[in-house]
Write a protein that binds this ligand. Structure first.
Ligand code: IVH
Length: 669
């Protein structure tokens, strides 16, 4: 190796150490020493050097925190130390009993450590020689899923520890969390995309950990707090001191901890956090109380499920009582009838609550709700308040049970309930006003056909005037038909017609979303469209063919198949086709056949092409754009920040690695 290379390799090692250190200062300590700009400069330099030295490939390099878009299958691995759960309690009496049991077993009062109980997804991290080698979910406690690639994207998880006195091999346990601010932003985006929002930050965190593409996980801004160390040789005999050690080594170990020498101290800690938790930037669902001394822990031992030396005190979700005044029934665009409880307004966890969802008929029966009941309302992890119980002692004899409507409150049709489903549905899809209007509202919405000149009010007018009874009818409207409508000026009529006409250009994936197949949100529509290419392929697809597509499961596939089994839906589609809407993915214009027969993969960040553009360019010249390397791949176009694993694989298979410039020479541009 020449001298120059040696200097570069030393620089790579130096930059990795520096970037890891600054990452730690920023994400764990919240005390950065350098500006974001300086950090980016160091990162860029490292990326460039790593490109020159593929032999230095390291999955723990700070350049790889961004993840990649290779689909992964999670492999199950056995935990070296089983991941147990904790005994739960909700009251003081149980805590006192826990303390007495321990005192009896040990013969004296131990020192306890009280910690917060983080409400996320538990994770076990394994380190060897200071390197993160594996991250595994709890699973069934015996074995979990290997989610290492995803966990590497969590910035507060150290990938390479600086030299210190940690054991050669250890496991550290903690919780992956989604901070509340990140959760709120993510859900707002999902709602805007018509994707199902996450019920709470815990679900969002565990859902994120199981995503197939680590590059997507990187965007979720997860955090990770650590609270337990396992090693054959622990640094000290105190849990608290071991955790302090872990903090020194570079882990994000919480400082919201207290040493307690009596049950009174423990109760004080609980009381404080029951209130103060509302000011934390993440969710906790209780307090964990642990015996501090490791030898005492060993003496107390374990039951089959949980340690005898620890217990979790769970907070009660905030609850209030109020009167159930009435129940309304709402009909959605898919015909589902949802009961909503109208409550006497009451303060709960910072807001005034007037309504609560009742989900479905089963829920009403389960609670045995009567109109006029005094009900208990709770705001748990979920955003919408729910009724969790009835104070039957306050029920007077004349109250009548809540009856689910038998007929649609909007069109009077008798409701139906499919076997195995909880929802009552109005089957009058073609003539029930809120269903018709709801489908048209969805059709014109931003992520669908994006007809900005039409809103809810216009749809109501058009529908009442008998001008539209489905979304295809929009394309038959004329200015003359609109003018007689209430408060309709010439200019607005023109705008509406123009908006509709322009929407013909909306790409296929938006049309596919707009037609309102149940469970097909904007994201799913995009995937379906690009996997199948055109509407005919989708209409003819079987459930098996559809579930073969990434992210499409049985429920979505069945819904797609049954949508197209309906003659009325097929009729609407063929009308839309006749009006000139887009029903296939636009293929880029063929430019040459210079790449005919060649499979080409592009990886890393390219200077002149976005991901879509490079794919289109390869295809426009007759080539095949592939997304994973195999021995059938002919070329790898290497961009900036290309993953060392990909580079190494290409080299191993002898696949020529070319630059963007070389690619452009090949296609003669
Ligand atoms: S200690 C053997 N400490 O709660 C040690 N667990 O119900 C067991 N959890 O699966 C874990 N915060 O995911 C511990 N400060 C904390 C915790 C905590 C949250 C979770 C953990 C565990 C579950 C037990």
């Amino acid at each position: 190796m020449d001298l120059f290379s040696n200097v570069e390799i030393e620089r790579i090692n130096f930059l990795r150490r520096e970037l890891n250190r600054h990452n730690y200062l920023y994400y764990v300590q919240s005390e950065p020493e350098i500006t974001d700009y300086q950090y980016d400069q160091l990162m860029k330099e490292l990326q460039q050097l790593e490109k020159l030295h593929p032999e230095m490939a390291d999955p723990n390099s700070p350049t790889l925190r961004v993840g990649n878009d290779i689909n992964q299958n999670f492999v199950q691995v056995a935990h070296k130390y089983p991941m147990l759960s904790l005994g739960n309690t909700y009251n003081e009496a149980d805590l006192i009993e826990f303390d007495q049991r321990i005192q009896r077993a040990l013969g004296h009062q131990p020192k306890y450590i009280c910690e917060l109980k983080y409400d996320g997804a538990s994770i076990s991290l394994t380190y060897q020689h200071g390197q993160l080698v594996r991250a595994v979910t709890r699973g069934d406690g015996e074995k979990g899923d290997d989610v290492t690639a995803n966990v590497r994207t969590i910035k507060s998880v150290p990938l390479q520890l600086p030299t210190a006195d940690y054991p050669d091999f250890f496991e550290i346990r903690g919780e992956v969390l989604m901070p509340l601010a990140v959760f709120d932003k993510l859900n707002a985006e999902r709602i805007a995309n018509d994707d199902q929002p996450f019920a709470n930050p815990r679900n969002a965190a565990s859902g994120s950990l199981k995503m197939q593409k680590s590059a997507e996980v990187a965007k979720r801004n997860l955090d990770c707090w650590l609270y337990f160390l396992f090693a054959d040789q622990l640094p000290t005999n105190s849990h608290l001191q071991n955790m302090n050690k872990c903090r020194e080594w570079g882990f994000k170990v919480p400082t919201y901890t207290a040493e307690c020498n009596s049950i009174a101290d423990i109760l004080k800690f609980i009381e404080y956090w029951d209130e103060e938790r509302r000011n934390l930037p993440f969710d906790i669902d209780g307090i964990v109380i642990k015996v501090d001394d490791i030898r005492q822990q060993d003496e107390l031992g374990y039951t089959a499920k949980s340690p005898r030396w620890a217990i979790a005190y769970k907070f009660k979700a905030e609850q209030v009582e109020t009167e159930l005044q009435s129940v309304s029934f709402q009909v959605g665009r898919t015909g589902t009838v949802t009961p909503v409880a109208n409550l006497a307004p009451v303060h709960l966890a910072g807001t005034v609550v007037k309504r609560a969802t009742l989900h479905n008929d089963d829920q009403i029966k389960l609670l045995d709700l009567h109109i006029g009941d005094i009900v208990q309302v709770e705001k748990g992890g979920e955003i919408i308040p729910k009724i969790v119980g009835v104070n039957t002692s306050k029920r007077s004899a004349q109250l009548r049970p809540v009856e689910f409507v038998t007929h649609c409150p909007e069109c009077g049709t008798q409701l139906v309930r499919t076997e195995g489903e909880a929802a009552w549905v109005c089957p009058n899809a073609d003539h029930c006003p809120p269903q018709i209007k709801g489908r048209i509202e969805h059709f014109v919405s931003r992520k669908a056909m994006n007809i900005e000149t039409i809103g809810e009010e216009t749809i109501d007018l058009l529908y009442k005037a008998g001008l539209v009874s489905n979304f295809a009818d929009l394309y038959t409207l004329t200015i003359e038909q609109l003018l007689p409508l209430d408060r309709m000026a010439q200019k607005s009529a023109e705008n509406i017609i123009k908006g509709i006409a322009d929407s013909r250009k909306a790409p296929f994936e938006q049309v596919l979303f707009a037609i309102g197949i149940r469970y097909v949100g904007a994201t799913v529509a995009k995937m379906l469209a690009s996997a199948m290419g055109n509407i005919t392929a989708i209409m003819n697809a079987t459930v098996d063919q559809l579930t073969a597509i990434d992210e499409i499961g049985e429920k979505i596939a069945t819904s797609v198949v049954s949508f197209f089994a309906d003659a009325e839906n097929c009729n609407l589609i063929s009308r839309l086709q006749s009006y000139g809407l887009q029903f296939e993915m636009v293929k880029s214009e063929a430019k040459s056949n210079k790449l005919e027969g060649l499979s080409i993969i592009a990886s890393g960040k390219l200077q002149r092409y976005s991901r879509d553009e490079i794919i289109k360019t390869i295809e426009a010249h007759g080539g095949r754009a592939v997304t994973s390397i195999s021995k059938l791949t002919n070329y790898l176009i290497a961009g900036e920040n290309i993953g060392p694993n990909k580079l190494a694989k290409a080299q191993q298979l002898g696949i020529p690695i070319i630059s963007e410039e070389e690619f452009e020479k090949m296609i003669g541009e």
